[in-house]
Write a protein of this length. Structure first.
Length: 405
């Protein structure tokens, strides 16, 4: 207990130096927490956008469609829908027909993907209605209405109410031509291929392609919780052995890769911070040892053993980190909480973020595990950094220290 009191008092013998080191720890811990939270929010936003706009949580295809991506490779969607309706883990699902087409406008020709959807079911999986910037959703009074992206409209030099001619194969492999009318424009992120998708009612596309009322190319499934994905995917695979059942990570490996890259960068950043902290602590504690060189020699001369001197220096270092660490964690968690509520606006970089499938508003978040990792890392770093100055102390020659002016 006496050693603890001495160590605590020693760190305040030069308060300015101790406060500078504590401030460095506080700012470093705060920065680590905020950057980790921001990156975690960025990854979560990227994954959420990808799931909403591209993959859903699970997709069901025929094995042949998975391989060839041809419209003729369809399956009966009713048994799958019945199975999904019986599960309390499924939030929503959307049947789709997918057709690769060549779209002709008055001034341009471009390849695009026509997706036949049930408007209500699709909006529950992919909220496309909220992305309509001009025009409206599907109108039953128009025979073949379509929604296209603003990007595609610009590329093809068309606008609202323009007519497009679509050429594509039907289920039997014959070429079909149909006249579509643009009834709405969608604001979708560029860079992942979604800007080349065209949405149209599934019933109209069925009549053009010769599909039966029960046939689909794809079933997009959204789960109530991501924790259910693996288990439910396994259940689907066991129930429908002739179909391809894949989760979003298997469909779009870039989603998982994005998270790995960001977390790898955060690990490197954590290591760099810890290395800087080690050198800062070593430098500060060595200065403290040199200032008290005579005093330490005197303590050894009057009988204080080397083990106690070693522990005293280690305790001084630990006390400094113990003071700075909670303050840094408190500041970091408070910052995360504030921006979780209102979001971090990045409108200036909105276009660049859209290219990577991210939104311009980030909501930082951080798990308790990361807080624990940062706290343990700082404590261990302080302990390791204390070893060198403490070792210098026990190597002091008492006589030389006392005689040194």
């Amino acid at each position: 207990m006496m050693l603890i009191k001495i160590a605590w008092r020693n760190i305040w013998r030069n308060p300015l130096r101790s406060l500078v080191l504590i401030a460095a720890i506080v700012i470093g811990v705060w920065a680590l927490i905020f950057i980790n939270g921001l990156s975690s929010g960025m990854v979560d936003g990227y994954i959420s956008n990808a799931i909403s706009n591209r993959t859903a949580h699970i997709q069901v295809h025929s094995l042949q469609f998975e391989r060839d991506n041809e419209i003729s490779h369809c399956y009966n969607g009713i048994p799958v829908e019945d199975f999904l309706n019986q599960s309390n883990k499924v939030q929503s699902y959307s049947p789709r027909i997918i057709v690769n087409s060549m779209m002709l406008a008055s001034q341009s020709t471009l390849g695009a993907t026509i997706i036949g959807i049930d408007s209500i079911a699709e909006d529950s999986v992919n909220p496309y209605k909220s992305k309509i910037t001009e025009g409206k959703s599907f109108d039953s009074s128009i025979k073949y209405p379509i929604l296209i992206s603003e990007y595609l409209a610009d590329k093809m030099k068309v606008k609202l109410h323009s007519k497009l001619i679509g050429n594509f194969q039907n289920k039997d492999g014959d070429i079909v031509a149909a006249k579509f009318r643009v009834i709405g424009l969608l604001n979708v992120a560029k860079g992942d291929g979604q800007e080349m998708n065209i949405l149209t009612p599934i019933d109209g596309l069925r009549s053009l392609t010769g599909f039966e009322d029960t046939e689909v190319n794809e079933m997009a499934i959204l789960m109530k919780d991501v924790e259910f994905i693996s288990e439910f995917q396994q259940q689907l695979s066991e129930r429908f052995t002739s179909l391809s059942i894949k989760n979003y990570k298997e469909i779009a490996p870039d989603i998982n890769l994005m998270g790995i890259q960001i977390y790898l960068g955060l690990t490197v950043m954590l290591v760099i911070f810890m290395m800087a902290l080690i050198f800062g602590i070593i430098n500060t504690m060595l200065m403290a040892v040199l200032e008290r060189y005579n005093e330490l020699g005197m303590l050894m001369a009057v009988g204080m053993n080397k083990t106690k001197l070693f522990l005293m220096i280690v305790l001084e270092t630990i006390f400094i980190s113990i003071v700075g660490l909670p303050i840094g964690i408190l500041m970091g968690s408070t910052t995360i909480y504030i921006y979780q509520q209102k979001g971090l606006q990045l409108d200036r970089w909105a276009k660049g973020l859209e290219e990577f499938g991210m939104t311009s508003v980030l909501y930082p978040q951080l798990s308790l595990t990361i807080y624990g990792i940062i706290a343990v890392s700082v404590f261990i770093t302080a302990l390791v950094a204390a070893l060198y100055p403490a070792r210098k102390v026990i190597n002091i020659n008492p006589i030389d220290a006392i005689n040194k002016l």
